[in-house]
Write a protein that binds this ligand. Structure first.
Ligand code: HEC
Length: 210
């Protein structure tokens, strides 16, 4: 008899633990084990009375993210010319994104400012070529004629060795990669500033082809 009662109780429990709503997981045991409450690093709510209060008491200033290491620079404060004597531009990002002319005139490659440039330049151009192949050639084409597989469909991709683009200076090209230009998007989030200068070196070899 006891056995029947137990079976009945179990079946009823099973029956009623199912719900119609597909999104309802039903009653869960120790649900914090499955659904941890994530700290949102960039949306910290510090007001303790707020129901969504999510500040992390274990971090400095109860921040949700860790405190950046000392000397960390905001990305748009990065200065690739830091430490290079005789280079005037304080921070490339102080130049407005529409100021191609100013960049073209004032931005100088920090790679070229290195005294060892001539000895290393072939390696740098080679590295620039690899980066160019990964990030640019699908639009601009292997030889910079604007005929990459994507470029042909995307349309309006210029040749590096014709018209005005042939005379684009290093600063202008760097600025184009950093901020984009018209239909070309910015590549700043994908390529670090130094690598952008390496690409510039390679693009310059493509500008100078026949
Ligand atoms: C999605 C396709 C695409 C990709 C990827 C792309 N570009 Fe462009 N690029 C364009 C288009 C389109 C233009 C023409 C922009 C315009 O109308 O002024 C252009 C223009 C340029 C110019 C000429 C700017 C001027 O002065 O008119 C340079 C230099 C250039 N790109 C370099 C690069 C480099 C270097 C990369 C890789 C880091 C790259 N592009 C990646 C599409 C692309």
């Amino acid at each position: 008899m006891k056995f029947i009662y137990i079976t009945l109780a179990l079946s009823l429990t099973l029956l009623f633990s199912c719900k119609k709503d597909n999104n309802n997981t039903g009653t869960e045991y120790a649900n914090e084990m499955y659904h941890s409450e994530a700290y949102e690093p960039l949306s910290q709510i510090v007001d303790e009375k707020n129901a969504d209060y999510n500040s992390n008491p274990n971090n400095p200033y109860k921040m949700n993210m860790r405190k950046p290491v000392s000397n960390t620079l905001k990305i748009n404060k990065f200065n690739p010319n830091f430490g290079n004597q005789g280079v005037i531009v304080p921070t490339t990002y102080h130049i407005n994104k529409d100021s191609f002319e100013l960049s073209g005139r004032t931005l100088k490659s920090p790679l070229k400012a290195k005294t060892t440039f001539l000895a290393d330049s072939a390696i740098l151009v080679e590295q620039g070529k690899v980066l160019y192949t990964n990030f640019c050639s699908h639009c601009h084409g292997e030889t910079g004629q604007g005929n990459g597989a994507v470029g042909v469909v995307y349309k309006g991709v210029p040749s590096y060795s014709k018209g005005r683009v042939k005379t684009d200076t290093e600063g202008h090209i760097w600025h184009t990669i950093t901020f984009g230009r018209n239909r070309m998007w910015s590549h700043a989030s994908q390529i670090n500033p130094e690598d952008r200068w390496k690409i510039v070196l390679y693009v310059q070899t493509l500008q100078n082809q026949e």
